[in-house]
Design a protein around this ligand. Sequence first.
Ligand code: GAL
Length: 626
Amino acid sequence: MRGRLAGVGFGGDYNPEQWGPATHAEDIALMREANVSLVTLGIFAWARAEPTPGAYDFTWLDAHLDRLAEAGVAVCLATMTASPPPWLARLHPETLPELADGTRLYPGSRQHWCPSSPVFRRHAVRLVERLATRYADHPALALWHIGNEYGCHISRHCHCPVSTAAFRTWLRARYGTLQALNDAWSTAFWSQHYAAWDEIHTPRTAPSFRNPAQRADYERFSSDELLACYLAEKRVLARLTPHTPVTTNFVPIAKTLDLFAWAPHLDVIAYDSYPDPHDPDAAQRAAFSYDVMRGLKGGRPWLLLEQAPSAVNWRRHNGRKPPGRMRLDSWQAVAHGADAVLFFQWRQSRGGAEKFHSAMVPHAGPDTRIFREVRDLGAELAARPELLGSVPERADAALLLDWPAWWAVETDAHPSEIDYLKGALAYHRALYAASVACDVVPADGDLGAYRLLLVPHLYAVSRAAADRVTAYVRDGGTLVMSYFSGITDEHDRVYLGGYPGPFREVLGLTVEEFDPRPDGSWAEVIRLEGAESVRDFADGSPAVTRHAYGRGTAWYVGCDLGAEELRGLLDRVRRECGVRPVEAGLPEGVQVRARVTAAGERLRVRLDHRDGSVSVERDGPRGATG
Ligand code: GAL
């Protein structure tokens, strides 16, 4: 794709099927004016491309691709399979998804398909074959865009008979025998022992708590089923257009998909980001999600495939982005590794459910603040060709994120409710507030590359993954682990002998009891076994501990610390292990992140979240410890 772009890609979702020829002509003129270099085309155009089963019409698409090529705009071409035409449900009602309580979801919105449906997959693959054959050599084609936001809306959890059968097949492949499944799911409990595969269901609405291991497996299965849909299309593209990279846009960080399992199957990572202009923590949340995107391919740049130029339409109150905010948000993404800045969508829809969602060209037309800001940003990015080929600077600190642990820690009947993402964000925020860059790594990532490793709520963990974290500390790393980590194995079976089983040695302690407080804050009873307490609960028992282990140090946080206290703790920890801010002395609200150009130059992007200003500067000495 890089060959088709002269710099950071700039543009948006282009849905010309909603408009007529006069508008199409104006679109191209305005795209030129705004320095648009990349558009995503045809995401929800299946019904237009195949209005009746097997009767394809691509003439309209030919014309758009030709026009875009002529205007020098590269195309990220959608495979159009995000939302099937209504005829699929008419001919094959069994492709409609079903909720846990048996409710069926009907056409009339979007993404109404069962991920396990072979019928849906067959029709999708047939369409992709046509598209790939027709456009493989089109000069506008830069990138394929499979589906859209897998896991958003229903196409994640389906409980229909087809999905139930697929779940059983998936379980057979995972466990081989019923005995192994019964063992892994602890079915001796509550008379749940299975004597035949077809006794097993997806975790549907049930009288009381559902089996937690079954639920965690169902999350895995659901992520895998969607991945199988993606891969069915990807295989077609790899066969017919092997030289064009393939991606899909990930939905704002959620527990739906195990992104580390998906990442190897994308040629480039793509992400949709919708920071809430009314949320004071929006910038940090965005920074976190961008750090995750970068982490999915070990630090490589990624594409911001969607963001809103101003307001969205799907929150209860949809505030606009004030002047300058869209530019700041865009540069933030670039600073954290984005190689493209795209929007949903190019032109604001006249009808349909998203007509009040902002767009690059608003209802009022180009003589508007939004379009002027879009045009200015397009010009500004075009004037920075050196960004292309640059890579985000590697951080000294990393946060370990793990989807299976996320799924398991949020099942019910635990000592208290834990919000995994909230925990991860809190630890990331404590570094962010100190202007410290943070990478995000999977449990099997390259931990040794970091001086500091943050591990929030790693509740379910395999023995092998726990050993890697232990070895990281033994070899000189500094670990900060938060409570309710190392509690169960990958099948949600508790490690016996004291919590947190596989981390007791490295942390130098045993947790004997959990004792969450009525306000929901966490507390527990910690017995020191080598660690020292650095902060006590009100009753004088240890709450936060430090343990020298091998050549490294392991900190344990057995309680909820407020933002300030957590920040103070992590400031102390990182001073000890030599993790510095990206730049010293930055005022609160100002962030700097750096990219290193192909020529080895350091580009520092300075984001001032107080007044919305941005500056991009070449190199400068690295700040002292702050
Ligand atoms: C995304 C979706 C787009 C559009 C956008 C609106 O989730 O991929 O198609 O609906 O939200 O914010």
